[in-house]
Design a protein around this ligand. Structure first.
Ligand code: TYM
Length: 372
């Protein structure tokens, strides 16, 4: 029997079958040749590419072909600031910073405080406040000052609105319903909102009159927005935005879906203290057996273990160490407590580094944020 899963901008549940998602969404798998093109330009690989965390794309091959013929591209990504940033959010941002460095691109970063106000139980000023708070994490992820603009929709709407109107005029309600599943009970703000999220994909061309392409690095849940943006692009005389997509870092309880800010105990936030983060990791779902004796006899199941997935995708660069811990788990030579402690140490070191950069970002934020 096929397991059910859902992936859309507002919900990711169930055990996601990424192969199936590639077909359902009509995106392409990220090929070895494309990965090599990025690595060559970057002068080195990235763990997220090497381990297949970034796994699919739309027209990234076109962007690369045109880039090789001299057409530059800009980057665009974003955040819906409904609360604190967690480690899952950092994945597209760390990868975006890597691309920005490799290709020297300008980056547009959108904070959709309007979207979160419309869709979540969060006040408007609270959401705008989170735009500024979360921007510290964006900067800490390594974005370049002078080449990055970060904006809150609420505070930059005069600039965005002209583009959004151009987009909105060309999207029917019927298309928006089909793409986002809107119903009669959807509020009318969110029905217009997809035009707002599509707009930054055209900012470089419309505001700065630059003849460039646009590449959007994000997790695959945001793809529906780019279908709208790509549909209207020809009518606007704009190139279709391309996307490069990651899988989801699972929550610590590992029952499918993605790490989600609304499930406090299953997410590690960038501002968690070391003891808080350690406690959460030590309570993670693993592939362990009911008793130590059973584990030693039959071995564990690293395939379903969240700790193993976190090490694989984000925290263990060393292939040999990873393979050994996988084999040791299967053979019953290692217990879950040891793996959890190993991961907790890595997570705490990561947080310590990130929090230093985040603190530094407070002095830098004015070089990044724009409003009108
Ligand atoms: P939001 O705030 O839900 O997520 C921010 C970014 O993080 C990605 N993401 C994850 N990636 C890996 N593992 C996870 N567990 C995980 N959870 C979230 C999301 O795909 C996203 O890239 N509407 C958007 C904000 C937005 C945006 C954009 C995002 C506006 N313009 C352009 C990407 C690109 C939102 O609410 O994202």
């Amino acid at each position: 029997m096929q397991k059910k899963f859902t992936v859309n901008p507002w919900e990711v549940t169930g055990e996601v079958d990424y192969g199936k998602l590639i077909k359902e969404f009509g995106v392409q798998p990220l090929s070895k040749e494309l990965i090599e093109k990025i690595e060559k330009k970057a002068g080195g690989t990235h763990l997220y590419l090497r381990r297949g965390l970034f796994f699919s794309h739309r027209d990234f091959d076109v962007i690369m072909d045109e880039y090789e013929k001299g057409k530059e591209f800009v980057l665009y990504t974003g955040r819906g600031p409904s609360g604190r940033t967690h480690l899952g959010h950092l994945i597209p941002w760390i990868f975006t910073a890597y691309l920005q460095k490799a290709f020297g691109c300008k980056l547009y970063f959108q904070m959709t405080d309007d979207e979160k106000f419309l869709m979540r139980d969060v006040g408007l000023e609270e959401a705008v406040g989170y735009s500024y708070d979360n921007a510290l994490d964006v900067i800490a992820a390594g974005m370049e000052p002078g080449k990055t603009v970060i904006f809150s929709d609420v505070e930059y709407i005069k600039t965005i609105y002209r583009i959004a109107l151009d987009v909105a005029k060309r999207v029917t309600f019927s298309t928006a319903k089909a793409v986002f599943g809107f119903t009669n009970s959807s509020n009318i703000g969110i029905i217009f909102f997809p035009a707002v999220q599509a707009s930054p994909a055209f900012m470089a061309q419309m505001l700065e009159k630059r003849n460039v392409n646009c590449l959007i690095p994000c997790a695959i849940d945001q793809d529906p927005y780019w279908r709208i943006a790509r549909d209207v692009a020809p009518a606007l005389g704009m190139p279709k935005p391309a996307g490069i997509y990651s899988k989801f870092l699972p929550g610590l309880q590992g029952v499918g879906g993605k790490m989600s800010a609304s499930k406090e105990d299953t997410a590690i936030y960038t501002t968690d203290s070391a003891p808080v983060a350690r406690k959460k990791v030590m309570a993670a779902f693993t592939g362990g057996r009911a008793t130590v004796a059973e584990q030693k006899e039959k071995g564990g199941n690293p395939e379903v273990c969240v700790v193993h997935q976190w090490l694989y995708y984000m925290f263990e660069e060393n292939d040999e160490k990873l393979r050994n811990s996988f084999d040791d788990c299967k053979a019953g030579r290692i217990l879950c407590g040891e793996c959890k402690k190993y991961l907790a140490d890595k997570v705490c070191r990561f947080l310590e580094e990130h929090q230093k950069k985040r603190e530094n970002a407070k002095k830098e934020i004015d070089r990044f944020m724009v409003k009108d």
